[in-house]
Design a protein around this ligand. Structure first.
Ligand code: TYM
Length: 334
């Protein structure tokens, strides 16, 4: 039996991944490469939906790829590639654009949030059709499951709708994917505003823990994380959202269940607990940072790995697109 397939993507829009990306997505990617036929891409086509400096995009795409490998993706086992290297993503996105209703696309909350931020007229059409390109990424590889954080749920719903609609209109073509979301880490929140998700585009620097950050600033940020009234370490999302977020982080990084952590810190106050959280973060990030730096030291080798990944991805993408083209009614190219 063939292994089930997973696909996921991450945007090269910052100089480092953050703790939310790592716990909500990348860590699961690493685990799933053991059991699944895994495809993971750096989604540079998505990154240009907002204004991006070419030099920054180039640098961040390599930094993203290097971090994925440094976090434990093995290019022998998982196909790691850059989205724009596989032209079929854009081609399928166009066809899916033509299957999507304006109203349906307009309901996507990420677009609404981002266009509110940049201003309706400054937001690009690409930003509007962003989720449709994401659907293309997933459907192109006939993925069974898609490991992501909670913020991607709505895009996954759209992907399923578009896949089903296409299958219904043109005949069975696409596998309909399931989201793979781990409840405990689906939404890591901003250290300064525990009501908001940790986000590269909207968190303040003090609210975000970057994977490539040095231990000093990481420790400082955890120690300065907003905590709640009272002094007891308790898991209470409603009344203690800050401490609950730190408990979730500590539990995910150490493997110790939250109730055991609560018992461990009973009567000790926030200080000791935060110090331990800071150490757990530093311990998790330091080896990834060091490996990333090493990988970035040899760009030619990194580019070679990405070229090999793209080659493997293309083989699958071409197969799907040949079928899609035929089903839609495009003439064969002789
Ligand atoms: P992106 O680049 O914003 O984030 C990458 C992954 O990190 C997860 N994530 C979080 N998880 C938990 N807590 C957080 N605070 C947090 N912040 C981010 C995201 O849910 C995501 O899984 N549209 C996607 C990229 C994409 C994609 C795809 C994903 C493009 N094509 C195909 C899956 C399949 C995005 O912007 O992710």
């Amino acid at each position: 039996m063939a292994r089930p397939r997973v696909l996921s993507g991450i945007q090269p829009t910052a100089d480092s991944f953050h703790l939310g990306n790592y716990l909500g997505a990348v860590r699961q990617w690493v685990t799933l490469q053991e059991t699944h036929d895994a495809f993971y891409c750096v989604v540079d086509l998505h990154a240009i939906t907002v204004q991006t400096e070419p030099a920054a995009l180039r640098r961040r795409s390599r930094v993203a790829a290097a971090q994925l490998l440094a976090a434990g993706l093995d290019p022998e086992r998982a196909t790691v590639f850059v989205q724009s290297h596989v032209r079929e993503h854009s081609e399928l996105a166009w066809i899916l654009n033509c299957q999507t209703g304006m109203g349906e696309a307009a309901r996507m909350t990420q677009f609404k949030d981002k266009s509110a931020k940049y201003g309706e007229s400054a937001a690009s059409v690409g930003l509007f059709t962003y989720p449709i390109l994401q659907a293309a990424d997933i459907l192109l590889y006939q993925a069974n499951s898609v490991p992501v954080g909670a913020d991607q749920k709505q895009h996954l719903e759209l992907t399923r709708d578009l896949g089903q609609r296409f299958n219904h209109r043109f005949g069975d073509t696409f596998t309909i994917p399931e989201p793979y979301i781990l409840k405990e880490v689906e939404k890591i929140t901003d250290l300064q505003d525990p009501s908001a998700k940790m986000s590269k585009s909207s968190s303040s620097p003090a609210g975000i823990l970057d994977v490539l950050e040095q231990p000093g600033p990481l420790r400082k940020k955890v120690m300065r994380a907003v905590t709640d009234t009272g002094s007891e370490v308790l898991f209470d999302e409603e009344n203690k959202p800050g401490i609950s977020n730190l408990l979730r982080i500590q539990s995910a990084l150490t493997g110790v269940p939250i109730p055991d952590l609560v018992a461990r810190y009973e009567g000790q106050g926030y200080g000791t607990f935060k110090k331990d959280v800071a150490e757990a973060v530093v311990e998790a990030f330091t080896p990834i940072r060091e490996r990333t730096e090493k990988l970035l030291g040899d760009e030619a080798e990194l580019d070679k790995l990405l070229a090999a990944g793209a080659e493997r991805a293309r083989a699958v993408a071409r197969r799907t697109m040949a079928e899609v083209r035929d089903r839609v009614g495009f003439l064969p190219t002789l």
